[in-house]
Design a protein around this ligand. Structure first.
Ligand code: UN1
Length: 477
């Protein structure tokens, strides 16, 4: 059975279908999905536009009930949906279920936010005049999501968009349509009026482009590559449209001489290799001071030897496969580049064979890297990290900040002085002390600086900034 797109409240078959393949076992077809055309995308945009006036004025209890029901169903089905996610994306079952729970929590959070919509009332600078400041929905929101968080990222864009009264055209990554289809199905059955949420699965060059070209999309939120982010930005400027971009990272993780070694190693392994390194919050640069350098490298080697890399759905697997052949090629290309640049491949980096055909790669650790090497400057998006040796904290901070990106920045230290200074001076949207650079909460702001992000923050109450527009009304009494 081909899973269809949802346009104006109807499930619509596309002309073509595409296959969703399990990266742990390429013989396993997770499902077939309808590929939307540019015309389908235009119909979806028209439907969202037509649905906007009524939805933007809908009662807060109606919105609350739909988001709440969605949260409840996602949480009740966490094992099944988590399994689907791991099967299509390749992260471990624990990670897939964890991400599904996170999606449920996000819908729950924004169900609550519908009941807390508020403004401000204040006196004007002029006597006998009152000022009201309110937030109104932006209009039709275009949502474009990546393959690495197939349920959490759609959730953290769709939930606030609907909560604040916008209508949505949603294009998930073509590699992982299953989780997106499932949450759209849940929201649809939870009672969303027709046209409020439209699903258009398919190619970025066709569906995404039709969205970028439409004057009827008033805001676009995008998570994905830097190159595509730039295209979203340029097209949005053309249409005077609001846009929010979440792009790459090259996140540093600093390890100081005074760090607790086991805390540092656990956080480093999690940051770089969990979820197969396929997180924009992953760390790929370990910046380590001289006094602990050799002990850190040796302990990392020991820890990496014990990692279980296998089928994402198998019990005991700690690291699943890479998502597909082209990402695997990118990872192995960078491993070759690191060697050519003169870094030393200390551990891993080999392709692995398992019971089923899949994209298995042993996590790789380079040592003797410099911050000028391409492996230290460009996002690899795989389980590949390098160690850069530095003299002291000051050098560590300056190397950490010497990057075009600025998403997440971590440090392992027992010094309050250095932790405090790092929190203040790390040029990143998120700072982690004695914690992995990745793995964020659902109820607080998420986002970065420099080349990593553009626009206001996602998640938590800060999401209101993007999904609403502010109105200031003056009344003479
Ligand atoms: C996390 O680290 O928990 O694409 C979330 C990404 C991010 C999400 C990271 N937008 O990796």
């Amino acid at each position: 059975m081909v899973q269809k797109n949802l346009i104006d409240g109807e499930w619509i078959a596309g002309g073509e279908a595409f296959r969703n393949i399990n990266p742990s076992d390429t013989n396993d077809v997770v499902g077939e999905y309808a590929r939307a055309s540019a015309d389908d995308a235009r119909l979806a945009i028209a439907a969202a536009k037509a649905a906007f006036p009524a939805w933007s004025r809908s009662g807060i209890l109606e919105r609350h009930a739909i988001l709440r029901k969605t949260a409840d169903e996602i949480l009740a089905r966490k094992d099944e949906l988590g399994r689907l996610l791991s099967r299509e994306e390749g992260k471990t079952l624990a990670e897939g279920i964890g991400e599904t729970v996170r999606a449920g929590q996000i819908f729950d959070f924004f169900a609550g936010e519908c009941l807390r919509l508020a403004g401000e009332v204040l006196p004007s600078a002029r006597p006998n005049i009152g000022v009201e400041i309110t937030r109104e929905p932006v209009g039709v929101v275009g949502i474009i999501t990546p393959w690495n968080f197939p349920i959490a990222i759609p959730a953290w864009k769709i939930a606030p968009a609907l909560c604040y009264g916008n209508t949505v055209v949603f294009k998930p990554a073509e590699l992982v349509p299953g989780s997106s289809w499932a949450i759209v199905d849940i929201l649809h059955r939870a009672g969303l009026p027709k046209g409020v949420l439209n699903l258009v699965m398919g190619k970025g060059s066709v569906v995404g482009q039709a969205m970028l070209d439409s004057p009827d999309i008033h805001a676009i939120t995008f998570t994905g590559s830097t190159g595509t982010g730039k295209r979203v930005a340029l097209a949005s400027v053309e249409h005077n449209r609001k846009y929010q971009l979440e792009m790459g990272g090259k996140n540093p993780f600093v390890v100081l001489d005074d760090a607790d070694l086991s805390v540092a190693v656990e956080a480093a392994v999690n940051s770089a290799f969990f979820s197969t390194g396929q997180r924009c919050t992953a760390s790929s640069r370990f910046i380590v001071t001289e006094g602990i350098h050799d002990r850190f490298v040796a302990a990392m080697g020991e820890r990496m030897k014990g990692l279980v890399i296998d089928d994402a759905l198998k019990a005991g697997t700690q690291i699943g496969p890479v998502v597909d052949q082209s990402q695997l090629n990118q990872d192995t290309d960078y491993i070759a580049i690191g060697r050519q640049e003169g870094a030393k491949l200390a551990f891993g980096g080999e392709l692995l064979k398992r019971d089923t055909p899949g994209f298995y790669l042993q996590p790789a650790l380079f040592t003797e890297a410099t911050n000028a090497m391409r492996i230290s400057r460009e996002e690899i998006f795989g389980p590949v990290a390098s160690v850069i040796r530095v003299k002291d904290y000051d050098e560590a901070l300056s190397v950490a900040n010497d990057t075009p990106f600025g998403l997440s920045s971590g440090i392992a230290t027992t010094s309050l002085k250095h932790a405090t200074h790092f929190k203040r001076n790390a040029e990143a949207g998120m700072v982690m002390v004695n914690l992995p650079t990745a793995g964020v909460d659902f109820h607080v702001p998420f986002g970065g600086r420099k080349g990593s992000s553009h626009g206001s923050r996602e998640q938590g109450r800060y999401a209101a900034e993007f999904y609403t527009t502010v109105k200031t009304a003056y009344t003479s009494a």
